[in-house]
Write a protein that binds this ligand. Structure first.
Ligand code: FAD
Ligand code: NAD
Length: 445
């Protein structure tokens, strides 16, 4: 029987980091994945998305400068963009596994599940470990409607070799919006259907609404407050039925993506046999990221109940788990989390939205403006730029910052530093930034 000090489920950002750090500390480590090695970020998420986005960005800047220095017909070649992204991502599984093995980690593939709190079974063979780490990430939420089998997932998006003429996204969150923008620029007729009254609901209403208006101007159809009830296959096309205020509507399309959210990947692990308690957010963990019911089983990354499903959080949590396993007792301590939707323009936020500030009974004031006419935005003929900053009344500390614009994701990083350093807004504005840059604009907010 194989025996380990630490056995890790999942080879994404979180699982790899824990395995590598524990092996470096001299522990005997095993790791397994049900898919190829590398996880969502490198194979089906952040990185391939940004690689595909590179052509959308080039297309957008060329289009915006057309007649002001650029001439000729500009077009996205999706197949080329797809091959470009694959060129970068395709070697990652092999290299990840090689790297883990070189560091003495025993690598497994397949579907293992718990037999009891210290034993798992893989292909009928038992594997024991003193400690386990669950880092299995998330998977698409089931829509639970007739015809769901016809939907594609975010993973399928990265195998799309051709641009569909017409596409429907069920869900206008991060994924629906990012993919919708890319396919729209590549020539698809895009419809986004969301059950809520705001796309990108975790984001500030001011910036989210500005992005929605811009998306509609681009040609994306956005349908809100709509309940998708079924999907019907009609020859090679699909009819999506949805209801708004009990009125039935339908849209016919070439493909339908389920972008309605993601849920913890725990269904194949038999966690109940190890007495590991879970809820809708994943494995319930304490501040050391230990299962609340089994101290020798840790969880980190998207699967843990502690934080948002974002790559930097998976890294932070994995480091906490690795430190605890390696004898450096540590609690999870998360500063304000910046987050961005990589549409064009980007929509970014950190800290509280105004609604959250009201709910938290903060005494606050806001500074908000459309800034589309500002120099940096005008310079590249970009259509939209705006911001909203939420400041605590007495201290002038930054409670939240929200930006929509071409470089919002980089600008929000400035606020991440300021908030981590507990700076007031005036202290942030006192910093000397390069001129003329997007960072320097913050001085004029
Ligand atoms: C389309 C998309 C775009 C995204 N873009 C961004 C972005 O721009 N920025 C950002 O910060 N975040 C982004 N995210 C979120 C980010 O990808 C995740 O937060 C991050 O990858 C989570 O890392 P993880 O290690 O916790 O889990 P994962 O990377 O999901 O790794 C989990 C691993 O566990 C494996 N696994 C699952 N079940 C089992 C099992 N039973 N046994 C063994 N192995 C199993 C999986 O195959 C996977 O390899 C995006 C996500 C998606 C889907
Ligand atoms: N740029 C990034 O950092 C990035 C990009 C992609 C994903 N992610 C991470 O992945 C997570 C999942 O992304 P996502 O876009 O799948 O989820 P999401 O939670 O961002 O959005 C899901 C959307 O679907 C809607 N919805 C839910 N059920 C529906 C239904 N039945 N019909 C119509 N609409 C429905 C919701 O109202 C919501 O707006 C995100 O929360 C984020 O943490 C991050």
């Amino acid at each position: 029987m194989d025996k380990f000090d630490v056995f890790v489920f999942g080879t994404g950002t979180a699982g790899q980091l824990v395995a590598q750090e524990c092996a470096a500390a001299g522990k005997k480590v095993g790791i397994i994945d049900i898919k190829e090695y590398g996880g969502v970020c490198s194979q089906r998420g952040c990185d391939p998305k940004k690689l595909l986005l590179a052509s959308s960005e080039a297309f957008e800047s060329s289009k915006n400068m057309n007649g002001d220095g650029i001439t000729g017909k500009i077009k996205i070649n999706w197949k080329d963009a797809f091959n470009y992204a694959k060129r970068y991502t395709s070697n990652i599984p092999k290299n990840t596994e090689k790297n883990l093995k070189e560091n003495g980690i025993i690598c497994y593939h397949g579907k293992a599940s718990f037999k009891d709190a210290h034993t798992i079974i893989l292909d009928g063979k038992e594997i024991r470990s003193e400690y386990f780490v669950i880092a299995t990430g998330m998977q698409p939420l089931s829509l639970g409607i007739p015809g769901e089998k016809y939907t594609l997932t975010s993973a399928d998006f990265f195998n799309l070799t051709e641009v569909p003429e017409k596409v429907v996204f069920v869900g206008g969150g991060y994924i629906g919006m990012e993919f919708g923008h890319m396919l729209c620029r590549a020539g698809s007729n895009v419809t986004i259907i969301d059950k809520g009254d705001q796309i990108l609901s975790p984001f500030e209403t001011f910036t989210s609404n500005l992005l929605e208006e811009e998306s509609i101007k681009m040609g994306i159809k956005i349908i809100k407050n709509a309940q998708v009830s079924s999907i019907e296959k009609i020859e090679n096309r699909y009819c999506v039925h949805y209801a708004i205020n009990n009125q039935i509507h339908q849209v016919t399309t070439d493909c339908v993506f389920n972008t309605a959210g993601r849920v913890p990947s725990i269904d194949k692990l038999n966690l109940a046999l190890a007495n590991v308690v879970t809820d809708k957010d994943g494995v319930l963990v304490n501040s050391n990221l230990q299962s609340t019911s089994q101290a020798h089983i840790y969880a980190c990354g998207d699967i843990s109940s502690k934080s948002l499903p974002l790559t930097p959080l998976s890294s932070i949590e994995a480091k906490v788990v690795a430190d605890n396993l390696n004898g450096k007792k540590r609690e999870l301590n998360i500063p304000a989390i910046p987050s961005s939707v990589f549409t064009i323009p980007q929509c970014s936020g950190i800290g509280l939205t105004e609604n959250e500030a009201i709910e938290a009974e903060k005494t606050y004031h806001t500074i908000e403006s459309e800034a589309s006419e500002w120099f940096n935005n005008q310079r590249i003929n970009a259509p939209l730029y705006g911001y909203k900053i939420i400041l605590e009344n007495d201290s002038n500390k930054i409670l939240g910052a929200h930006i929509v614009g071409p470089e919002a994701a980089e600008q929000i990083n400035m606020f991440a530093i300021a908030m981590k350093a507990n700076m007031t807004f005036e202290e942030l504005k006192d910093v000397i930034f390069n001129y003329p840059t997007w960072g320097n604009d913050i001085k004029s907010f």
